[in-house]
Design a protein around this ligand. Structure first.
Ligand SMILES: [Mn+2]
Length: 299
């Protein structure tokens, strides 16, 4: 062999080693990306997902927001990039499972066909077996939304509901004053709504845990309510992946079966602290502090 063939052999070996490199995670779970809406955070998600190599990638519903297809549809290159990243994971050997939610419910019509497109399996729900052998039900969760009518009403309100509510409140109270009624407080009303929301989240979590128990599972992984969580409810493990509209969170399983909720904005903040020299005042990664500007999209 001459030098050149050694070089080629070395390169082939290197490439082989690289392709055999163990994926970063055993499994990755994301949900509620709401692509197709302005509230979605595709750039944030892509920064996480592009390097999150895994054996199994679960898309736990509401990835593409189909409801919005009928009214305002927002799509740019960053939304495209997410689809490309997902396809790349499938191409590189990850098992990709797409479980439709209530916002991409148009996909549900295809479920009976057992469809698989470009390596992405469409499934109504899945059972994930962890490295420790536990069985976890993977499901979007809207079927257990006891106030789904309320949620649908909220979802159709759109992104500027809060601004509209504040403006309406000013006019409303001007009218009340004019006719001699006392001031009605929007903030007090909102606080009551927050208390209701906490109650709702709790009953949602308990309902999902009960379903896992009924099916003799060890736990449940869901999305839908945009509230990332990882806790035990009785003997049942409850996981919620959160969302990529407000909180930007993902659930991962490490190779040893340990689960972790990745809070991507804090990961970015931490790496910014670690990487930026003290004399550089300007942060290199934007968008984290701009999160608050994005109006929430209800589950
Ligand atoms: Mn949902």
């Amino acid at each position: 062999m001459n030098d050149m063939s050694y070089d080629i052999a070395a390169r082939q070996q290197r490439e082989q080693a690289q392709s055999k490199k163990a994926p970063l995670y055993r499994a990755v779970f994301i949900s509620d990306v709401h692509l197709g809406t302005k509230g979605s955070q595709p750039e944030m998600l892509n920064a996480f997902l592009a390097d999150a190599s895994c054996e199994q990638l679960y898309l736990v519903g509401d990835i593409i927001d189909g409801w919005r297809l009928r009214k305002s549809w927002f799509w740019d290159k960053h939304h495209d990039a997410i689809l490309r990243t997902i396809l790349r994971h499938a191409k590189h050997g990850a098992e990709v499972i797409y479980i439709p939610g209530n916002h991409d419910e148009m996909m549900r019509a295809w479920l009976p066909l057992g469809l698989e497109i470009a390596g992405i399996k469409l499934m109504e729900e899945a059972v994930h077996t962890t490295a420790k052998g536990e069985k976890l039900l993977v499901i979007h969760g809207d079927a257990f939304d006891s106030v789904v009518r309320y949620a649908k009403f909220l979802a159709h309100l759109g992104d500027h509901a809060y601004t509209v509510a504040l403006t309406a409140n000013r006019w409303f109270n001007w009218g009340r004053r004019h006719f001699g009624y006392p001031y009605w407080s929007l903030s007090a009303w909102l606080k009551r709504q927050v208390k209701e929301a906490v109650k709702f989240i709790d009953s949602f979590e308990v309902a999902l845990a009960q379903e896992a128990r009924n099916r003799e599972m060890d736990g449940v992984i869901c999305g839908h309510i945009h509230h990332a969580e990882m806790r035990n409810i009785g003997e049942i493990r409850y996981f919620n992946t959160g969302d990529w509209v407000e909180s930007c969170t993902a659930l991962v399983e490490h190779h040893d079966g340990r689960f972790e909720l990745i809070d991507w904005p804090s990961v970015l903040r931490a790496s910014r602290h670690a990487a930026a020299p003290a004399r550089l005042a300007a942060p290199s990664v934007p968008a984290v502090d701009a999160l608050a500007e994005n109006a929430p999209i209800p589950a």
